[in-house]
Design a protein around this ligand. Structure first.
Ligand SMILES: [Cu+2]
Length: 135
């Protein structure tokens, strides 16, 4: 009985540490000389809900002008490091500074989007954005 219990605790600890490893993956901070970008992330449906969702990112430069020549990549996961599989990839350039992709929210709660912006002759820019997903 006691042995069984401690085995259970050990397994739980393993699962938890697996989650923590995910959380510890550092969201790289933007380089000091990186240009500022404004990224407005919206979902469709809005408010966000569990299930398939469209993700739209409206990217503007630090003067408020639409950024149309970027490669925008996303890495999405639940805050707190729960593992829901790899959700990452390149968003489609929809024109006019809008970039979009689709994904499936598998669980309600806070999700983190790590957004990377790459442009010709510009330092890579990286930002975390939070989305609250309802059940
Ligand atoms: Cu979760």
């Amino acid at each position: 009985m006691k042995a069984k219990f401690s085995l259970y605790v050990m397994m739980l600890a393993l699962v938890l540490s697996a989650c923590m490893n995910g959380a510890a993956a550092p969201a790289s901070a933007p380089a000091a000389d990186a240009p500022g970008y404004q990224i407005e992330l919206t979902t469709n449906p809005n408010p966000s809900a569990v299930g398939d969702s469209e993700i739209i990112m409206d990217v503007k430069d630090n003067k408020g002008m639409p950024v149309t020549d970027a490669i925008v990549r996303l890495n999405a996961g639940m805050s707190g490091g729960m593992n829901h599989g790899d959700i990452n990839g390149r968003a489609d350039n929809k024109g006019g500074g809008k970039y979009g992709t689709r994904l499936k929210f598998s669980m309600a709660g806070e999700w983190n989007f790590n957004v990377t912006i790459e442009r010709p002759n510009q330092p890579k820019f990286n930002k975390d954005l939070k989305v609250m997903v309802k059940s």
